[in-house]
Design a protein around this ligand. Structure first.
Ligand SMILES: O=C(O)c1cc(=O)[nH]c(=O)n1[C@@H]1O[C@H](COP(=O)(O)O)[C@@H](O)[C@H]1O
Length: 235
């Protein structure tokens, strides 16, 4: 297992993409000790999720606050300053140089790890072209990983399919965190760059972010346990 992570369970981050904190509580209690790390995105953050982060932290869970900040540097600096005392473990910003510099400047708590989102896993090369970019996904991810490393960001969010490229750029110490994880046979939904949990772990990913395959499963605890078994077998 990677030296950066002590508890194998921490490699699986469950995305609490649900509309209310009551839905989130239900999933957290269903998963029990099967999950130790949760991601709160802005659907929930704007519906009481910031209080929930503090409750999860108090219960000993790890929390990834996925706000994907992106603004002028000064505003990002002030935003990250405000968020620094929440006790969360990870916070996302988009991997734009000004944004990343602003975030690093605003970090007021050393334990808060800043993750830079390179190219969303729902994008392929055509989607990037539609968005006005002249680079293929893999080239954009490589460029942004390099910029993140030189800026002092702690980790990269990308598809597990880009792990080799990113690891080559960022080295062993930075985190690679990958959404777009789909157990064999599960629906991709809007994700375009996917790998299975086992493939991602074998590629060298540190943390897998998994939402719908767990939270929309008929048996979320069973789904999480099966994914953890796959992670353990591949670690
Ligand atoms: O930053 C993220 O977490 C993120 C980045 C990315 O490139 N792709 C991506 O899917 N995500 C998030 O990861 C989660 C994936 O959820 P599922 O597709 O349901 O497994 C969602 O909460 C997304 O917002």
């Amino acid at each position: 297992m990677t030296q950066k992570i002590n508890d194998l369970r921490d490699r699986m981050i469950v995305a609490l993409d649900v509309p209310t904190i009551w839905d989130a509580y239900r999933i957290v209690s269903q998963l029990g000790d099967e999950a130790s790390f949760y991601k709160i995105g802005y659907a929930l953050a704007f519906a009481g999720g910031l209080q929930l982060t503090q409750q999860l932290v108090a219960e000993g869970k790890k929390v990834f606050l996925d706000l994907k900040l992106h603004d002028i540097g000064n505003t990002v600096t002030e935003g990250v300053q405000s968020l620094s005392n929440l006790g969360v473990d990870f916070l996302t910003v988009h991997a734009y140089p000004q944004t990343m510099r602003g975030a690093v400047e605003g970090r007021a708590e050393a334990a808060l790890k800043l993750l830079a989102v390179t190219a969303l896993t729902s994008y392929d090369d055509g989607d990037l072209r539609d968005a006005g970019y002249g680079l293929a996904v893999r080239d954009l991810v490589r460029m942004r990983a390099e910029q993140a490393r030189t800026t002092g960001i702690d980790g990269i969010v990308c598809s597990a399919a880009e792990t080799e490229i990113v690891r080559d750029v960022v080295g062993a110490d930075m985190l690679i965190v990958t959404p777009g994880i789909r157990p064999a046979g599960s629906a991709a939904g809007d994700q375009k760059r996917t790998l299975t949990p086992g493939e991602a772990i074998r590629a060298g990913v540190d943390h897998l972010v998994i939402g719908r395959p767990i939270i929309r499963a008929a048996d979320p605890r069973g789904a999480a346990a099966a994914i953890m078994d796959e992670i353990a077998a591949a670690s």
